[in-house]
Write a protein that binds this ligand. Structure first.
Ligand code: GLY
Length: 585
């Protein structure tokens, strides 16, 4: 399947543009266009129609994109607990039109004081995978509640209570269970039913939730009300905090009151670089996404990708992926705890060096094979995109890590805790649930943020402004890469959200693909070049079978086309419950 429209002379255009404008001038020109115009309306795209509607309602009530982001984020926490929630964390990339400023709100979870590497080893010194992914030890200190308060207080126009109201109403009144949610529960039930607080909600009638059931979360409504009334202290101190601590300790965990009380979001400078005539603004560490995206796009910039034959194009894209993920393994972690060679990793010179090692017709073998399958996931984590009628924008990706996080809801809170501790390199060199490993840079330490792949991103050119992102574990970064390449090739929001996906993450040394993402002829050519290509449903291709015909990601994106003065919003067509909506002025 060809992911790009007919051949376009990008190289010529790129060289002409480069000759005319140095990179910084391009970025300035892109920003000037952004500053000059106002969009013809507002656009919201998220993974659930009720969350998109919550955002639209808050915009209609006079809120800005940041109020709407609080409303969408909180509503997703209620209606998509499989993917994210106030028991987890996330990243909000935000552009404030009035000041022209971009800011990255880091609401990643932190390790509790008890979260030391030794705590995750079994008696033989091996990684205790149950502890790493299920129950109280798997959970980091949640960051999303602090982000909702911070974004609303500092950037919103409406009171926090107003922006949280849709989520509180939906939690109390309930909503209809959809197939992805019921299927996910069936898959995680063995763990989730261990915990009485979880059983009380997911098996309230004595049987597991089913598609079509009305799903009510009155405890979660009360917790959100405490947040609305008391801000940060409503979650991190007082009654909710006491119940969270009691629930964690009842299951053998060791959170302390100060772990919660000390939690703070961090405002970071986003990472920015140029790709063709776009300025790309994206996630800095503790996400690995922006660094990897900068590396991959700068490696790929001189190639005329849309003009290349599919196998040759896929080959160079995969080689760029392989090299970026190798660096992720060794260098990236929480920038407040480790020194990351950012300037080198994101420089054009370093990218040129990486590019020089790519053989045009042969796969570069990754240095060793981990023997780990690529992960079964994609329904965890969620992403939403917003542009308001004033030109403010938000790209937010939030998560509880794996499906339904740790599975543990401390009784009386309605808060499903994440299992983000598995995103640390709990045992150096041992792959986590996503098949990626790490070393010292991403070792757990009290208060440290675990490395993430979440990559909320803006693309800004003189002609078009796109807001994009997706869930998908370590595949997030490569899906965002394919999205950037799609917009760069001239596609609209719907086509970009629908793009077929493939991925390489250095180890395991294999290209993973969605069903039908690459034509059989391309797969054959890639194999001739020395690539291992895992094709769902194909006997003996290395696919585990569990992933057969599994779709990847949930890409929710909005686009403002300044030339045509139109906006587009697209939820990922892979799932029925998402919704992208444009509202004209
Ligand atoms: N938990 C997935 C990520 O943050 O990358």
């Amino acid at each position: 399947m060809n992911a790009f429209p007919p051949v376009r002379r990008w190289c010529i255009r790129f060289i002409v543009v480069l000759l005319l404008l140095p990179g910084t001038a391009l970025a300035q020109q892109a920003r000037a266009a952004d500053d000059a115009a106002l969009p013809p309306g507002a656009a919201v795209a998220s993974a659930h129609a009720l969350a998109t509607q919550a955002g639209l309602d808050i915009l209609a009530a006079g809120g800005n994109a940041f109020d709407a982001a609080v409303a969408v984020s909180a509503a997703l926490s209620v209606v998509e607990p499989i993917s994210s929630g106030i028991g987890g964390g996330g990243f909000f990339l935000m552009h404030d039109k009035a000041s022209g400023r971009d800011v990255f709100i880091d609401a990643r979870e932190t390790a509790p004081r008890s979260g030391t590497p030794e705590a995750y080893l079994d008696k033989d010194g091996e990684l205790d995978r149950d502890r790493a992914t299920n129950g109280p030890w798997a959970a980091g200190i949640p960051g999303l509640p602090a982000a909702l308060v911070h974004v609303s207080d500092k950037y919103g126009r409406l009171p926090l209570a107003q922006s949280l109201a849709p989520a509180i109403r939906i939690a109390r009144e309930g909503f209809e269970v959809y197939p992805r949610m019921a299927r996910g529960y069936a898959g995680r039930r063995e763990v989730m039913q261990r915990y009485p607080g979880t059983r009380a909600i997911y098996e309230a009638d004595g049987k597991p939730i089913q598609t079509g059931d009305r799903f009510r979360q009155p405890d979660l409504a009360r917790t959100l009300e405490a947040l609305a009334a008391r801000g940060h202290d409503g979650f991190y101190k007082g009654d909710v905090a006491r119940r969270l601590l009691a629930g964690v300790r009842a299951e053998g965990g060791q959170w302390q009151a100060s772990d919660l009380a000390d939690y703070k979001v961090v405002e970071r400078e986003p990472l920015r670089f140029n790709y063709h005539d776009w300025e790309v603004v994206t996630a800095p560490p503790p996400s690995s996404g922006g660094v990897a995206l900068a590396q991959m796009l700068q490696v790929l910039a001189p190639y005329d990708l849309p003009a290349m034959e599919e196998a040759a194009r896929t080959h160079v894209v995969v080689e760029a992926m392989r090299r970026a993920y190798r660096d992720r393994t060794f260098y990236l972690g929480d920038p407040d705890f480790v020194t990351i060679p950012m300037r080198t990793l994101t420089s054009a010179e370093y990218a040129a060096g990486l590019r020089a090692t790519i053989h045009p017709e042969k796969a570069t073998p990754s240095e060793m094979l981990s023997g780990q399958p690529t992960p079964l996931e994609d329904e965890e984590t969620t992403h939403f995109s917003i542009i308001d009628a004033d030109g403010n924008r938000v790209a937010a990706t939030q998560t509880v890590n794996l499906l339904y996080g740790s599975g543990l809801i401390p009784p009386g809170t309605g808060v499903l805790l994440n299992n983000e501790m598995d995103d640390f390199a709990l045992r150096p060199g041992t792959p986590n649930a996503f098949g990626v490993m790490g070393f010292d840079a991403n070792a757990p330490e009290p208060g440290k943020r675990m490395l993430s792949s979440m990559t909320p991103t803006f693309m800004v050119s003189p002609d078009r402004i796109a807001v994009l992102g997706t869930p998908g574990g370590t595949r997030i970064i490569t899906m965002v890469l394919l999205g950037v390449l799609g917009y760069d090739a001239g596609l609209g929001a719907e086509a970009v959200a629908a793009l077929p996906r493939y991925h390489h993450q250095w180890l395991p040394d294999a290209i993973g693909t969605e069903s039908g993402a690459l034509s059989p002829a391309t797969v054959a050519k890639l194999r001739e070049m020395g690539h291992t290509v895992q094709v769902p449903d194909e006997e003996g291709s290395g696919d585990t079978g569990r992933r057969s015909s599994h779709v990847w990601g949930n890409f929710n994106t909005v686009l403002w086309d300044l030339r045509r003065d139109v906006m587009e919003a697209s939820a990922d067509p892979r799932y029925a419950e998402g919704r992208g909506t444009v509202v004209e002025r």
